[in-house]
Design a protein. Sequence first.
Length: 127
Amino acid sequence: MDDSGAILCQVSCLKDMLDRVNEEIEENIQTTREIESEVVKCSEIESGLILRESELMKMKCASEFEVNGLIQVATIASTSVEALEKELSCLRIKREETLKRMTHKRNVNIALNLKYHVYCYYGVLGE
């Protein structure tokens, strides 16, 4: 009987140990489920972030394209302004030269008119 009592005691101890192992297994399974749930949440967040990154990259590329276009337009505009400034400078010089020629011709004409009037005046008086 002692043997059967010892066996029963040993079986009881083994059952208790088995119950504890089963509880630990259940706890580990629950922890694993929680971890898997967190992994799924992280995967969803990561997918959202990847999508957002893709959208931002598209926006960045579009902005770079726009900036490059604006730089080209600014360069062309700057070149055009320089050409127009040179042309304007040439036109101003031509205007000044034209004004000088006109002034000279006017002065010559005035001098000739004065000579003519003097000639007419003295020519009439001299007769």
